[in-house]
Design a protein around this ligand. Structure first.
Ligand code: DQA
Length: 138
């Protein structure tokens, strides 16, 4: 069985509290449960850039087959996470709950997506499901 990890970046633990008009009413735990009901996988969350790199590097040592990452706002400026994804050579899909192309200009740029095999956005929690399916098909 393929081993898939989901990594969520800063402020995603605040789902259900933050900007509900954009991210919806579901809280973080219920989004995780929704995904885990469908797949047997591990979900990580951190508000710290370095911690996300530690998780990516653990994925390498644990021989993980695919990664789904929502880097939160790090998406828009973190070359550290770009390098981290490139370093581990594990197929990675970037997910955003919201449609980042229909929001502020700064969100239209993803510096991390070029390190990924695909980017899924604007589909809410189902974006994670689609991303996992894509990695399982590979
Ligand atoms: C987000 C979009 C980012 O621009 C934002 O900083 C987030 C969440 C999303 O899932 O839509 O924290 O990644």
């Amino acid at each position: 069985m393929k081993k898939i990890w989901i990594i969520n970046g800063p402020n995603l633990n605040f789902l259900g509290i933050r900007e509900k008009g954009i991210y919806g009413n579901d809280d973080y735990e219920s989004v995780c449960e929704y995904i885990k009901r469908q797949f047997n996988l591990k979900i990580f969350q951190s508000n710290y850039e370095g911690k996300i790199i530690d998780i990516l590097q653990s994925a390498y040592f644990d021989k993980i087959d695919g990664i789904v990452i929502n880097p939160g706002a790090f998406t828009h400026y973190s070359y550290v996470i770009f390098d981290g994804i490139k370093s581990i050579q594990i197929p990675t899909v970037e997910v955003h709950l919201s449609n980042i192309y229909k929001r502020e200009d700064f969100r239209k740029i993803s510096v991390t997506a070029p390190a990924c095999i695909a980017q899924i956005y604007g589909k809410g929690k189902d974006g994670y499901v689609e991303a996992v399916k894509l990695l399982l098909e590979k």
